[in-house]
Design a protein around this ligand. Structure first.
Ligand SMILES: [Zn+2]
Length: 68
């Protein structure tokens, strides 16, 4: 019997590895998905501030809340 691999989740948005195209893990155990990577790239174009993620789901640029 083969066990299903344990799902892993993005540390930032909660997306699972089954939903994400790509997951990257860091040395301290943090994991980021391709959607959050895209968000980070898009955030680079926004005014300086803090980005707040609103929940565990696939994010769109329109979901980004920016506070100075
Ligand atoms: Zn994510």
């Amino acid at each position: 019997m083969k066990l299903a691999p344990k799902p892993i989740y993005c540390s930032f948005c909660g997306l699972s590895n089954e939903q994400a195209r790509l997951m990257i893990s860091g040395m301290n155990g943090a994991i980021i998905c391709d959607a959050c990577i895209t968000l980070c790239v898009e955030a680079h174009l926004l005014p300086k501030g803090l980005i707040h993620l609103s929940g565990p789901r696939r994010m769109l640029a329109a979901d980004i809340g920016v506070t100075a």
